[in-house]
Design a protein around this ligand. Structure first.
Ligand code: PGA
Length: 256
C-alpha cells in the first residue's frame, strides 16, 4: 500500500508573519481531522523554513524545501546545502521543479546531482517531471518524461530510488488553472510506474509514490486521487489558502 502524500509548494510567496499563521492553522485543522493515513508536507521559501519548522514540530506535518544545491559547502554564493536543510529540520526537498528547469535553466544533469546529494544526505526528494504544452501537442509527453526520469535517476540504485517521490507536473497545467484531466494524469502516471518497473523491478515500482501537480484545487482533488496510480498531490497556489489546502487533504483522504 502506498501512503497518500500531499505536499504544499509555497514557491516565492508569503512573509514572516503569514507563513507562521498559515502553518499554525493548518496544523490545528489537521489535528482535528486526524488525517494520519496521509503524509503531509509544507515547502516554504528557505528564509521561512525555521519558523514553519517550529510550527509543525509537534505535529505530523513534515517540513520540505523547494530546492537544494549538491555541494556540501564552500564558495557557492546564494546556495543552500543538503546538510543545512537537514540541520533546520527538513525531511523532504523538491528537486527539478519545472520553474527551476524552465525559468532558472536547470538541466537533467544538474537535477541528477541534486537528487544524488539529497538521498546521500538522508533527505527525501520530490522529483518533478513534466512536459511543455508544445511537447504534449507534438505527442512527445512520454518521450520527454522518460528522458527526464532516466537522466534524473542516472547512477542511482534501487535502494536510493526508494527514497524518492516522483511528481508528474505537466508544465501547461502549472499555475494556469488548466488541470490535466484525471485520465490524462493516470495515463502518464501508469507510464512512469511501468518505466520504474523496467528500470528497477516491479516491487519498487509498486511502492514508489507518484504525485500529480498542476492547478490542483479542492474541486478536482478527489477525482485525481481516485485514479489508481495517483498517490498524492503537489499543490502550489491552493496550498497558500488554508481552507483550500485542508479541503484538498480531506478530499484525498476520502478518495483512497
Ligand atoms: P499550482 O502549482 O498548483 O499553482 O499549479 C503546482 C506546482 O508547481 O507544484
Amino acid at each position: 500500500m502506498r501512503k497518500p502524500f500531499i505536499a504544499g509548494n509555497w514557491k516565492m510567496n508569503m512573509n514572516n508573519q503569514s507563513s507562521s499563521v498559515l502553518t499554525e492553522s493548518i496544523v490545528r485543522e489537521l489535528k482535528q481531522l486526524g488525517a494520519e493515513r496521509l503524509d503531509v508536507a509544507i515547502c516554504p521559501p528557505f528564509v521561512y523554513l525555521h519558523q514553519v519548522g517550529k510550527a509543525v514540530s509537534a505535529s505530523n506535518v513534515a517540513l520540505g524545501a523547494q530546492d537544494v544545491y549538491y555541494k556540501a559547502d564552500g564558495a557557492f554564493t546564494g546556495e543552500i546545502s543538503c546538510q543545512m536543510l537537514k540541520d533546520i529540520g527538513c525531511t523532504y526537498v523538491i528537486v527539478g521543479h519545472s520553474e527551476r528547469r524552465h525559468v532558472i535553466g536547470e538541466t537533467n544533469e544538474l537535477i541528477n546531482k541534486k537528487l544524488t546529494a539529497a538521498i546521500h544526505n538522508g533527505l527525501l526528494p520530490i522529483f518533478c517531471v513534466g512536459e511543455l504544452l508544445e511537447e504534449r501537442e507534438a505527442r512527445k509527453t512520454k518521450a520527454v518524461v522518460t528522458t527526464q526520469i532516466k537522466k534524473g535517476l542516472a547512477g542511482l540504485d534501487q535502494e536510493k530510488v526508494s527514497a524518492i517521490t516522483i511528481a508528474y507536473e505537466p508544465v501547461w497545467a502549472i499555475g494556469t488553472g488548466k488541470t490535466a484531466t484525471s485520465a490524462q494524469a493516470e495515463d502518464v502516471h501508469k507510464m512512469i510506474r511501468g518505466l520504474i518497473a523496467e528500470m528497477y523491478g516491479k516491487r519498487l515500482a509498486e511502492n514508489i509514490r507518484i504525485q500529480y501537480g498542476g492547478s490542483v484545487k479542492p474541486t478536482n482533488a478527489s477525482e485525481l486521487m481516485a485514479e489508481e496510480d495517483v498517490d498524492g498531490l503537489l499543490v502550489g497556489g491552493a496550498s497558500l489558502i488554508k481552507d483550500d489546502f485542508i479541503a484538498i487533504i480531506e478530499a484525498s483522504w476520502r478518495a483512497k
